[in-house]
Design a protein around this ligand. Structure first.
Ligand code: SAH
Length: 367
């Protein structure tokens, strides 16, 4: 089905220079002092970046010009520039294609719902996990994103919401690491980004940890490690089938860590954090949508997670050239019914961004 190799370690090339958003509040004060300025300048810079959501030095008029230039040259290097925005779903979904300092392209997707606003962020340029149904996975891994490159996707989206770029002004409330890349393969930078995104302003962007979801193919050691971080972010596990035989091909990393190990790690995460784990299930016609698989999924989840699991069924978004398709609606309904019948909560995820290649797994950024 796929001949791509699994790639865990990204090439080191291409990461941007150090940026304010790579650093903790403490590290920011140290960095500013090392540049020969007073430590409180770090708080001023942070208030602009994390509080007022601007990286534009010209707006930082409370800092004397010479100091401002020195600090901005060293701590606010340009990271991501907009190549284009594409909007759909009556203006409630917007995909942004970004170009990084080295020409690398990444995407993020902003989605406005009646009760929340969610940003889907990328954690890597490309992905090394080789899932055959995912456009990003089929394109391979270019490089990791830096912490600041992840945070800057969030900062700009928060500013866009505040400024009414997606209709009425609103507040960015939720973050999902479901864009390009495998977040747990870029572990340290992603965890640092979570702190920057969630620390209260002006240390960070002040988004609640409970409103942040980190989605993984199932890198078991990294899930156990994340359980020890003292975070309350939601974990999502891309399971896609309950049996190892099929999962070895649908999610090739299953050849390293089996379904039972992945669910064991998910359980450890749920126990440690008290948070329900989301189980992602891209439903693919005649591949993983059989009634027996729904029954097996329900049984396995009841055993490993019980009430600590919630299954999100995602209708497959066919990627260009793929022979696979979403399941017919009656098959989807029967699948959900059977999982529920095992006492496991299960719903169908609404898929946004279909017409603009911004839906799940379609972020391939062809430029
Ligand atoms: N690498 C992480 C996060 C990025 S993908 C992960 O795999 O969880 C986010 C979700 O979209 C995953 O559940 C992924 O399997 C799913 N996905 C990828 N391609 C898709 C497609 N073509 N249709 C539906 N879901 C897809």
């Amino acid at each position: 089905m796929t001949s791509l190799p699994l790639v865990f370690d990204a090439p080191r090339r291409g990461l941007p220079p150090r940026h304010l958003a790579d650093l903790s509040a403490e590290q920011r004060r140290e960095a500013v002092t090392e540049l020969g300025e007073k430590a409180f300048r770090a708080n001023q810079l942070s208030t602009h970046y994390f509080g007022r959501l601007t990286a534009d030095r010209a707006a930082m008029t409370d800092i004397p010009a010479a100091t401002r230039d020195r600090l901005a040259d060293e701590l606010l290097p340009p990271l991501l520039t907009v190549v284009r925005h594409v909007t759909c779903d009556d203006g409630s979904t917007r995909k942004t294609l970004w170009k990084a300092h080295d020409g690398t392209l990444v995407e993020s997707v902003l989605m406005r719902y009646p009760d929340r606003v969610t940003l889907c962020v990328s954690s890597q340029a490309g992905c090394g996990m080789a899932c055959p149904f995912c456009a990003t996975g089929q394109g391979g891994l270019q490089r990791n994103l830096s912490t600041a490159e992840i945070v800057d996707q969030v900062r700009t989206a928060a500013a866009a919401m505040r400024d009414g770029d997606l209709g009425e002004p609103g507040r960015l409330s939720n973050i999902v690491f479901m864009g390009m890349g495998e977040p747990l393969a870029n572990y340290r930078r992603v965890i640092d980004a979570v702190h920057r995104i969630c620390d209260p302003a002006p240390d960070g962007l002040g988004i609640s940890q409970r409103s942040v979801t980190v989605s993984t193919v199932g890198l078991v050691p990294a899930i156990h490690k994340m359980a020890e971080e003292g975070l309350s972010v939601r974990l999502a596990v891309s399971l896609h089938t309950p049996d190892d035989e099929l999962r070895d091909t649908l999610v090739p990393v299953n050849t390293r860590w089996k379904v039972s190990e992945v669910l064991g790690a998910a359980r450890a995460y749920a126990d440690k954090t008290g948070r329900r784990v989301s189980i992602e299930y891209a439903l693919i016609r005649d591949i993983n949508d059989h009634p027996w698989r729904a029954d097996l999924l329900g049984k396995l989840l009841r055993k490993h997670l019980g009430p600590l699991a919630h299954v999100n069924v995602i209708p497959l978004n066919p990627t260009p050239g793929s022979k696979w398709d979403a399941s017919p609606k009656p098959v989807e309904r029967e699948f959900v019914r059977r999982v529920n019948a095992q006492g496991v909560s299960c719903t169908v995820r609404d898929t946004r961004g279909q017409e603009i290649a911004a839906a799940c797994g379609q972020l391939a950024a062809e430029g």
